[in-house]
Design a protein around this ligand. Structure first.
Ligand code: NAP
Length: 295
């Protein structure tokens, strides 16, 4: 299947490279065109001037852009091409409702849509080992198989359109809890005067071991927070979780606490930092700043 890619950011660029390695990448489009031109020069694929032009040259298009309004803008542009059977795979993290709206728009223009949010960070995107949570019609999921396999190590069909994003929202609540636990615990361990390299090595082999501790622990204890996953993108995901909780009449404590902490980080200018920058707030507690009692 000739496949296009829209959104060559921290996730999209390595995902598009994996499609190229699998022999699927026909063209790319990006809001900032130079990124598309650079990848086109690197891979030999076409650099399309717009998502609409890209749709005209492809049978499938993968999207990985920032937020809900961006996905709807891109799907509108893809739908405008009116290409019969065009299969759109949206790997961005947005609400289930946005996925359903995008699906309606694609189907009205004769196309097909799958919500395919991903987990596994930029490392997973580079290695092609992402966990992909898919919502859509079984026939469309089957048709998308080679594309999904080129980008992911685990592909799970969760149900109809929207079910992929509901799964991702569940994942993002868990990521918030893990970030809270790992940053608070490592700041505590550091304040105990423990050698942090040995601390991380010991903990990651036991019951508290997890991906975030192994991949972000060593940098956070040095006060470095390389991207990664931007604080404002996770805050966006947690606001989606909050809205989904509101719809059930439930307030989610982990989501609320993490949103307070992220807004403090963003106020301090952490726009381009990884979510592990939460370690800075936790460390400050032990030096008398940002005391938790304020929350
Ligand atoms: P990013 O580095 O900020 O890249 C965002 C991309 O979307 C850029 O290529 C940007 O274009 C494009 N874009 C944004 N708004 C657009 C619009 N209205 N029209 C067209 N293109 C638009 O973000 P990212 O980290 O790759 O994340 C992308 C998505 O994946 C987000 O939904 C995020 O929540 C999700 N995600 C991220 C991670 C992670 O670890 N980073 C993990 C899983 C899922 P420009 O180049 O012109 O800015």
């Amino acid at each position: 299947m000739k496949t296009g890619f829209v959104g060559l950011g921290a996730m999209g660029l390595p995902m598009a490279r994996n499609l190229h390695r699998a022999g699927l990448l026909a063209g790319v489009s990006n809001r900032t065109p130079t990124k598309a031109e650079q990848l086109a020069a690197e891979t030999g694929c076409a650099a399309a001037g717009s998502p609409e032009d890209l749709a005209a040259m492809c049978e499938a298009v993968v999207i990985c852009v920032s937020a809900d309004a961006d996905v709807l803008a891109v799907t509108d542009a893809l739908a405008a091409a009116g290409k019969p059977g065009l299969l759109v795979l949206d790997c961005s993290t947005v609400s289930s409702e946005t996925a359903k709206q995008a699906d309606r728009r694609m189907r009205e223009s004769g196309g097909r849509f799958l919500d395919c949010p991903v987990s596994g960070g930029t490392e997973g995107a580079q290695r092609g080992t992402l966990s992909i949570m898919v919502g859509g019609e079984p026939d469309d999921v089957a048709a998308a198989g080679p594309i999904l396999q080129a980008m992911g190590g685990s592909i799970t069909h969760m149900g109809p359109v929207g079910a992929g994003q509901a799964t991702k929202a569940t994942n993002q609540i868990m990521v918030a809890g893990i970030n809270q636990a790992v940053t608070e615990a490592l700041a505590f361990g550091q304040a105990q005067g423990l050698p942090t390299d040995r601390l991380i090595g010991a903990l990651e082999k036991g019951a508290a071991g997890n991906w975030f501790l192994s991949h972000r622990g060593p940098t956070m204890v040095r006060g470095e927070y390389p991207l990664g996953f931007k604080v404002d993108l996770h805050a966006k995901d947690l606001r989606i979780c909050r809205a989904m909780g509101d719809a059930l009449g439930v307030r989610l404590p982990m989501v609320e606490m993490t949103l307070i902490h992220y807004s403090r980080l963003l106020d301090e200018g952490s726009v381009d930092e990884d979510i592990s920058a939460l370690f800075r707030l936790k460390s400050d507690m032990f030096s008398g700043q940002n005391n938790q009692k304020k929350d």
